[in-house]
Design a protein around this ligand. Structure first.
Ligand code: GCB
Length: 677
């Protein structure tokens, strides 16, 4: 409750400021104390949240569509809570408009007060549930609400959740009116503080109409808010399959060994009354293996000669997925009580101090940093956009992206599994600074929720625990030691990285990572316009990271803002020529570094142009996209496409070059390309 209270906001800001002032003074002593605090538990554990899927024992209903919407006054964010607006129809308390779900609310209305709103907004809609659901258990599940959400069903608080970009749910069986109308009310608060993930600051400033609450944040994307992903109701039987945790491995003989752990909704059931039967189906839906779990509902099932999950353009059959069908069976009557199906892939990951292998083959990442961002709907889930983006990723020959700078939709993770796109899965921590115990707890909890959600996705090959944390600051060392330790504790099967921008001399976090990712904008933020100051700079920096830590290195961001249609020769910043030439200078460095044996990938910043907060360095947002915000290619996209397909053919022996990769120019073209003229 407290977050919506402005007064507490101020206190917590003050608290943070005072804490760090003192920390600065006490120096080493505080450092030690802080280190001890960090080791002190307080870890929260997420339960349930299987992606809602129909089966013979489960029904799913979407609550997507038009909802009622109202914005609280910025200076009265908790008015609705105090006055209990959720107890009756919203329009009885406040003027309402219509708002689509899923979508960010910011760009739907022609009013900067909505676009730039700071604080709480309200959503509401009605729905029916049939009488037949009364014998079941009913859950409401949100794919994500940014940032904090409270949900009431018919006036009863069902759930509160913090962190955007991550799902949450609650059982609502006892709050429902069966065979009658029901009301769902959602309060969404977009305020970011020094202890939220990501961090922000709220200040009070004078304006022409009096005092205004202003949200500040340093990260470079618009703080879109609202009900961003789908809302579902789903039913399950009284005793049901709550979690399915898989750890598929590849044996030396290249069989798939699928380790599984099933968690039921009731931990105390008598194992002799129930059994768990798992069936593995191949792509053709044929039963290829099955097993009955041990009494603790864990087990292993062997898939002979398994088709492995491969990244796009690393194998001719990328993204091979099996389905696991989990049956909860009543032993006595031999009937299915619950059935849940989920796709998964079989692949191995290994890493050492210079390389990263999938199915024993070295990975070279050719990818992007991205954003969930588009015109009008902001960060709202959109299947048309998702399909277009994956088509473009394949058009350009990419095999990976980082979910910069927060977890992307579950649906996008499913797309990545299907298409064989490797994911560096990032938690929502951006520009992390002012380290505190509370921040650490939240940071760890966001990672816990992320790993809980994504652990079964074969596309996820690495966890990114932060983007551009201020790792030169006091206490960054212990802080990241603990975040990395915890991440590895939650999932030891994937390497841990963070995208670091602090230089290697000052950085204190890379020592705790398995793979070092660095962001650098040569010829853009440094030595602006100097295309002759890229190649050697990139090489030197990558080598320095490797020499210092003896770990594989990748470049997680490079690029330049580019206005589509702006042409300037010789190349000049913001022009299409500049972006292409700046990329090309990086390519030279990447090839050289790869030959040196420790450099494992390149990620352009960014896949597409995206919206940011208003600032004089951004013209209508960040323009570093290879595609425009409307997903049309800039000149550099064609250049990158050639490189990514050439790399696939050179490194992975996949000679699937599209016919139109090179346009015919003359008979001499091939010879010229091979320097034979
Ligand atoms: C960065 C950030 C990214 C920004 C980018 C830029 O280093 O990680 O969020 O958008 O630079 O374009 O400035």
């Amino acid at each position: 409750m407290a977050r919506v209270l402005a007064v507490i906001r101020k206190k917590s800001c003050m608290f943070t400021a005072i804490t760090f002032f003192l920390m600065g003074i006490i120096g080493y002593l505080a450092h030690v104390v802080f280190g001890t605090m960090l080791l002190a538990g307080n870890e929260k554990v997420t339960a349930g949240l299987l992606y809602p899927r129909e089966s013979e024992t489960r029904e799913v209903r979407s609550l997507d569509g038009m909802w009622k919407f109202a914005r609280s006054e910025t200076d009265k964010p908790s008015q609705g809570l105090r006055e209990k607006w959720y107890l009756k129809d919203l329009e009885k308390s406040i003027n309402i408009t219509q708002m689509p779900v899923p979508s960010s609310y910011n760009d739907i209305v022609e009013d900067e007060k909505v676009r730039d709103h700071v604080g709480t907004v309200w959503y509401e809609r009605k729905f029916f549930v049939p009488q037949s659901w009364k014998s079941q258990r009913v859950f409401v599940r949100f794919g994500s609400v940014h940032y904090e959400a409270y949900v009431w069903i018919n006036g009863n608080l069902a759930v509160r959740h913090e962190f955007g970009h991550l799902p949450f749910e609650a059982e609502i069986s006892e709050h429902l009116n069966y065979a009658k109308e029901n009301r769902i009310t959602v309060l969404c608060d977009n305020v970011l503080l020094q202890t939220t993930i990501p961090q922000g600051k709220v200040i009070e400033q004078d304006s022409d109409s009096g005092k205004e609450i202003v949200q500040q944040y340093s990260f470079d994307f618009f703080n879109y808010a609202g009900i961003h992903r789908s809302v579902h109701l789903y039913t399950v039987p009284q005793l049901f399959i709550k979690e399915v945790i898989l750890n598929p491995q590849v044996t030396e003989e290249r069989h798939g060994l699928v380790n599984y752990k099933i968690i039921l909704s009731d931990n105390n059931v008598n194992a002799s009354d129930y059994k768990i039967r798992v069936v593995i189906l191949n792509k053709e839906n044929e039963n290829v293996a099955e097993a009955v779990a041990d009494d603790d509902f864990t087990g292993q099932v062997l898939v002979h000669n398994a088709e492995l999950w491969w990244p796009y353009l690393m194998n001719i059959k990328p993204g091979y997925l099996y389905t696991i069908e989990v049956h909860l069976v009543n032993e006595q009557h031999d009937v299915d009580i619950d059935v849940y199906r989920m796709k998964f892939g079989i692949r191995s990951l290994k890493w050492n101090n210079s390389s990263f292998l999938i199915n024993d083959k070295p990975i070279y990442f050719r990818g992007f940093g991205r954003h969930e961002d588009s015109d009008i709907r902001g960060k709202g889930l959109d299947f048309a956009l998702l399909t277009k983006d994956f088509n473009l990723l394949k058009w350009i020959g990419a095999n990976a992206y980082r979910t910069s700078h927060y977890p992307y939709s579950e649906e996008s993770m499913q797309f990545a599994d299907e298409h064989g796109i490797m994911i560096i899965d990032e938690c929502p921590s951006v520009d992390t600074e002012n380290y505190s115990q509370k921040l650490l707890e939240n940071h760890k909890y966001s990672i816990e929720q992320l790993i809980h959600r994504d652990i079964n996705h074969p596309s996820v090959v690495m966890w990114s625990i932060a983007n551009e944390p201020r790792t030169q600051q006091v206490n960054a060392d212990q802080y990241f030691a603990e975040v990395a330790r915890y991440t590895r504790f939650l999932d030891p099967t994937r390497p841990v990285t963070a995208a670091i921008a602090v230089n290697s001399k000052q950085d204190q976090a890379a020592q705790y990572l398995d793979i070092i990712s660095f962001n650098r904008y040569n010829a853009w933020y440094q030595n602006t316009g100097r295309l002759d100051m890229v190649t050697s700079y990139v090489m030197n920096e990558a080598r320095t990271w490797h020499e210092k830590h003896n770990k594989p290195v990748l470049m997680s961001e490079y690029g330049s803002d580019t206005v589509e249609g702006l042409h300037i020769l010789p190349a000049y910043v913001w022009s299409e020529e500049f972006q292409s030439q700046q990329f090309s200078k990086h390519f030279k460095a990447f090839d050289q570094l790869r030959n040196e044996g420790f450099f494992i990938g390149e990620f352009v910043w960014n896949f597409a142009d995206f919206k940011t907060a208003q600032t004089y360095t951004r013209v209508g947002g960040n323009k570093k996209g290879v595609f425009t915000r409307n997903r049309q290619p800039k000149a550099a996209a064609h250049l990158l496409r050639k490189r990514y397909y050439e790399l696939a053919s050179e490194l992975d022996s996949i000679h699937q070059k599209p016919d139109n990769l090179y346009e015919y120019t003359s008979q001499s073209q091939n010879k010229l390309q091979k320097n034979e003229l």
